[in-house]
Design a protein around this ligand. Sequence first.
Ligand SMILES: *Cc1c(COP(=O)(O)O)cnc(C)c1O
Length: 388
Amino acid sequence: MAAARYEALGAYARERMCSQLAVSGSASEAIEEAKRFLDPNALTLGFARRFTAYKRLNLLLHNPERLIRLLSNAERPMQLILAGKAHPADRPGHDLIQQWIRFCQRPEMRSRVIFLTDYDMQLAERLVQGIDVWLNTPQRPWEACGTSGMKVLVNGGINFSELDGWWAEACNPKVGWALGDGREHGDDPSWDATEANALYDRLEHEIIPEFYDRDKQGMPSGWIGRVRESMAQLAPRFSASRAVRDYTEQHYLPAAQAFRHRAANRGAAGVALINWQRNVEQKWAALCFGEVKMETRGEQHVCEVQLRLNDLDPSSVQVEIYADGTNSGAPVKQSMTCAGPIAGMSGFFLYRAVVPSSRPITDYTARVMPHSEGISIPLENTKILWQR
Ligand SMILES: *Cc1c(COP(=O)(O)O)cnc(C)c1O
């Protein structure tokens, strides 16, 4: 946007570009040329992050000819400012950077696609302050958060991102743009192609037209409306305060409470817990499932499993019937109730559960994990035994 927020970034990006050219020994003409890079009136897309495979930072390069057409449209140009680093041992990450560097070096792209080196927090700060559209194209479900998108939103940039991490929670059509269908597709190259095409389509048919749609004063009122919605709806919900509050309420306070409980009475509960852990450790290897019966009765599957507990008390285990989630939904985990010891089978107990028959019976598997009041599983004990 031809605004102060963009020009500050443009000037900074040119300056860094000139010094990075100088450091790499470029000719003085090349450095002079870089002083004219970027267009203050063009739509500026960008991202700055760790280059690693799951982030799929080459998605935009999927069809270079189509990207070049979008970048070099004379009436409605687009430009890119990128930055990032890969871990020294991350070969696929290096390869992603090289793909971008090669693209930036095409003579017709040099002034429109800028890759800034020596990525650090200061550079990230400049970028999140000046970019119009922040792009994030990770492969689901690997993006834990995508924090930089939140930094962009409070600075008046708009997010265009895969529905993963924070954006899966934040996105709606008024505040930004979504990529993908919110489901997992693994490493499927044909899906990457589908998403890359959707990326170009969105840019070409929605994002670029909205940015260049100006009112009588020359203002992109639709665009500004979107920035307002994004800031008003999302800034209060996605912030460092939210992160600190969530960690405090969901993790730190329960952990502090557990500590006080375990330390009270000269550590009585702590000692009991250690003894319990040792007992589980000793007996776990001999745990095994016996016969497993699953049958369908009308709307329900009735599951019955025999489980040898090897002297462990039934209260020391949690037995569940489990099924993977469908369509990226949450998995089904239903606890099985202990119907008591099995006569004539020493150490064996019978467990039962009933689950809806809407899913095939073969989707379900029984499993057993340690269980004790006040302990965090699997954080403090990772044992698990699956029915085979
Ligand atoms: C915020 C930030 C990140 C994390 O960004 P993602 O969107 O999660 O990839 C990485 N590096 C720097 C310097 C940052 O400031």
